[in-house]
Design a binder for this molecule. Structure first.
Ligand SMILES: C[S@@+](CC[C@H](N)C(=O)[O-])C[C@H]1O[C@@H](n2cnc3c(N)ncnc32)[C@H](O)[C@@H]1O
Length: 419
């Protein structure tokens, strides 16, 4: 069947005139495809009949198949336009989106699955693991390490789950500080030859960690079994050094994360005498970047390893006014007064717990800087801040993830009483 694509849905898929969503299809395309679920309004794209003027030839041979870059065949200026329009649609206005400094090779982390026949890569939309020889989001060096890992699992006859034990590999590479670590995730149905892999790769990686993923979910997170060498990544942002635990969050686009931190710093506009809460603080990348400009920064973060390293990171950079509490924000605030001058919010995709929103509104900080990688939940949360006496001062979208529909958005909120 033929479909004319007229829009883009929330997940960045092309939407046909009939309301069916197709991955890898873009507005103004005419495509051939078929409907796979009428109820979910989902289709599968087979080929382009007439190219949209928004399209371009992608350099990667897996473009149009691989879930890592669903927008690689969309011209970069059009990707930016769609993202900016999305923010304008949600908030009514925003500053022009800040493009990424690099369109390719920008990621400091990739999570690949192990698949049949010793394949390593991301999945296609039929859930098949693509054997990716060269990923255009990773550096040449990291691609080379993945190639050597592939040879190792092949020669060791390590089969993929569920036939064998191999589930995922995460490669993390410092862009400003040259170091690379690997995290191997397997089922618990056998021993992974960690020492042997280390012998094979120790000239190019600084550490390897082996963990069990016992969850049925396709995720690269699990109970750590053993590490050799570094069990953290070293990276710097605007000259501040960070140790990042092997399984903790860190912005994946280092160069653009530096720009993001500059925007947050501008929005926070600290004078030096403020008490600031950094909620969802991770390894402290935002809090520590602001520490020199504030009197006191207090982070709250649920990941214990990240919290511990945020404190180590404070020491590493000589920041004595940064402290951090390990725990879920919604639990920690039960016995904590959130009274402060400014609050930084950088929650995960689902947004902020309602109890946290309420407690912030009661504490009435003069300003809130809200950073989000999910502008839909950010908008919902901000509606509640608006009801609580805040207004939107500035909105700055920034592109951290070229060739994907993901948007990072920073919003500055000011309390009406402080104006
Ligand atoms: C988007 S990341 C931001 C991390 C940090 N601000 C940074 O830039 O590196 C969200 C963080 O929130 C943490 N997190 C998720 N849910 C949480 C909760 N309920 N309470 C506290 N931290 C939470 C995650 O572990 C993750 O580190």
């Amino acid at each position: 069947m033929q479909f004319e694509i007229i829009d883009i849905d929330k997940k960045g898929r092309g939407v046909s005139r009939e309301g069916i969503s197709f991955r890898f299809a873009y507005p103004e395309d005419i495509i051939e495809g078929y409907i796979i679920s009428k109820r979910n309004k989902l289709g599968r794209f087979e080929k382009v009949i007439k190219d949209s003027p928004l399209r371009k030839n992608a350099p990667c041979k897996y473009a149009g198949q691989c879930g890592g870059c669903p927008w690689q065949q969309l011209k970069y200026e059009n990707q930016l336009k769609i993202k900016e329009e999305k923010i304008k649609g949600l908030f009514g206005f925003c500053e022009p989106i800040i493009p990424a400094p690099q369109e390719f090779f920008y990621r400091n982390r990739m999570d690949f699955a192990f698949g049949p026949d010793f394949s390593i890569g991301l999945k296609d939309d039929k859930n098949k693991t693509l054997d990716i020889e060269k990923c255009w989001l990773l550096s040449e060096d990291s691609n080379e390490i993945v190639a050597r890992l592939r040879e190792f699992i092949k020669s060791s006859d390590l089969r993929s789950y569920p036939e064998g034990i191999m589930r995922h590999v995460v490669i993390r590479e410092g862009k400003n500080i040259k170091n690379t670590i690997l995290s191997i995730l397997t089922s618990d149905k056998g021993e992974f030859p960690l020492e042997e892999l280390w012998e094979e790769l120790k000239d190019v990686v600084q550490g390897i960690t082996w963990s069990h993923n016992l969850s049925p979910a396709d995720r690269s997170y699990g109970e750590i079994q053993k590490s050799i060498g570094q069990d953290y990544l070293l990276e710097s942002l605007n000259k501040i050094k960070f140790k990042i635990p092997v399984q903790s969050f860190f912005q994946t686009n280092t160069k653009q994360a530096e720009r993001l931190i500059q925007i947050i710093t501008e929005f926070a506009n600290l004078k030096g005498d403020e008490k600031v809460f950094d909620l969802y603080s991770g390894t402290g990348s935002i809090g520590l970047s602001l520490a020199k400009k504030a009197k006191e920064i207090i982070g709250i973060e649920e990941n214990e390893a990240a919290t511990k390293l945020s404190l180590e990171n404070a020491e590493l950079n000589g920041m004595e006014n940064f402290s951090a509490i390990a725990g879920r924000v919604e639990d920690v605030i039960k016995s904590l007064d959130l009274k402060s001058d400014k609050i930084i919010l950088d929650p995960p995709r689902p947004g902020i717990h309602k109890k946290v929103l309420q407690k912030i509104v009661e504490a009435k900080p003069k300003e809130i800087v809200y950073i989000s990688c999910n502008p839909n939940t950010q908008r919902e949360d901000i509606n509640l801040f608006l009801e609580g006496g805040y207004h939107i001062k500035k909105i700055q979208p920034i592109d951290m993830f070229p060739h994907t529909p993901h948007i990072e958005n920073v919003v500055l909120l000011k309390h009406l009483a402080s104006m």
